[in-house]
Design a protein around this ligand. Sequence first.
Ligand SMILES: [Zn+2]
Length: 275
Amino acid sequence: MPSIRASRFRSIAAVSAAAAVLVIPACGGGEQPELHSRVDIPGSAHVAPHWDYDAEGPDHWADLDRDYLACKSGHQQSPIDLPSHARLEPSEHITVDYHSVPELALVNNGHTVQANLPADNGNRIVVDGTPFDLAQFHFHLPSEHTVDGAGATMEVHFVHKSAAGKSAVLGVLMQATPDPSAFDPILAFAPQAVDAEITVTGPVDLRALLPGVVDQFRYQGSLTTPPCSEGVSWTVLGNPVPVAAADADRYRTLFAHSNRPTQPLNGRTVTLAGG
Ligand SMILES: [Zn+2]
């Protein structure tokens, strides 16, 4: 049973809001928080604006910042409604090579609870022959993707990066159950305060977080959070995994809802591959 080893708070105050901005992408933008230096010109300093799922929600993201324009003008956006009758392409299945990790750093970044993995943790997926290393995973409530219009209680996104800097996300729908689930040791320790970080010592077996049957929906999409960048290779597993209803209820107290609505397909092809 994993346990909390330490708790600490990030020092956001040390980052000058005018000179730099702390960017913690929720969906594939990078494996670790990145510091992007900005030119500090009085009156024109550019700081990534606040966004949320309410007053400054998905319908307004593109209006908040010019860097978020893809949220409105993009044509390959995520999430989408997945058609169960998607074209079968058994040979297109991705390889999921997950195992145990010694610890996870759970961060509440104000949008989600994100589990950052140690560098070179060895977990990866292989998409069309290209390896993508697992950097982090995080949660949405309710699910962002739907299947034939039906959503799930939650969704977990495993975010990977290739050596060339491309993103590939593995999405897994999470359906509430009265019983305990493999997510208990993670969600039970979800930091409640924004910017709080908690280290969960494992081992945590990431394979336990995946369903046994791994039919895979695949399509080309985007980050589901600002800046909504496209060019993301998406795989969403066709079967959900259980999440304890108590964990989902607790997560709901942190983030009442954190799902971008499904986006138009715009002619994209969704395929269904076997595992
Ligand atoms: Zn996500």
